[in-house]
Design a protein around this ligand. Sequence first.
Ligand SMILES: CC[C@@H](C(=O)O)C(=O)SCCNC(=O)CCNC(=O)[C@H](O)C(C)(C)COP(=O)(O)OP(=O)(O)OC[C@H]1O[C@@H](n2cnc3c(N)ncnc32)[C@H](O)[C@@H]1OP(=O)(O)O
Ligand SMILES: [Co+2]
Length: 145
Amino acid sequence: MAAIPHILGLDHVAIATPNLEAGSAPYLALGLTPEGPDEEVGGQGVCVRAFVVGETLIELLAPTREDSPIATFLQKRGPGLHHTAYRVADLDAEISRLQALGARFLSNSPSPGRSGTRVAFLHPRWGEGTLIELVEHPAGRVGHG
Ligand SMILES: CC[C@@H](C(=O)O)C(=O)SCCNC(=O)CCNC(=O)[C@H](O)C(C)(C)COP(=O)(O)OP(=O)(O)OC[C@H]1O[C@@H](n2cnc3c(N)ncnc32)[C@H](O)[C@@H]1OP(=O)(O)O
Ligand SMILES: [Co+2]
């Protein structure tokens, strides 16, 4: 039996923006379509608009409160690339596996993400200058939508 790969695919690329309407302009001009209605993820203090690109998404993230990670990022760095997110089958198993390799997660337990997902973030210093997210979709859901 073939081994299950650790990473199933590139789930999304996230862009921080102060404003979803202004931030959408380049992606609409490229001809991309939002996957569904905007979604607020309260635990992260963000509102998300997701554009479909083949098997992955471009997620625009706008802060909904001043102490959200996106508000802090915008203050320090301005709008732009915020993180890349990789899809995994079993998030708890991946956290344990990577921690055993010395990986530095921002939290020991997953958080709720967009669309019923569970997510966990690796520190940007561990990511050699990029913030990396792991995403587990609800059981049985294979693609976006
Ligand atoms: C939509 C919901 C969900 C989904 O379903 O996909 C999401 O994606 S939510 C996305 C928003 N949530 C998060 O990002 C949660 C995790 N993030 C955090 O906890 C913080 O943002 C952070 C990563 C700990 C950074 O916070 P900060 O206050 O800037 O901490 P530090 O000052 O300690 O920063 C350390 C170091 O890292 C640099 N940095 C910060 N953010 C990024 C980034 N996005 N990409 C690359 N580098 C980043 C920061 O500038 C510091 O650099 P140095 O000063 O050079 O050490
Ligand atoms: Co994300």
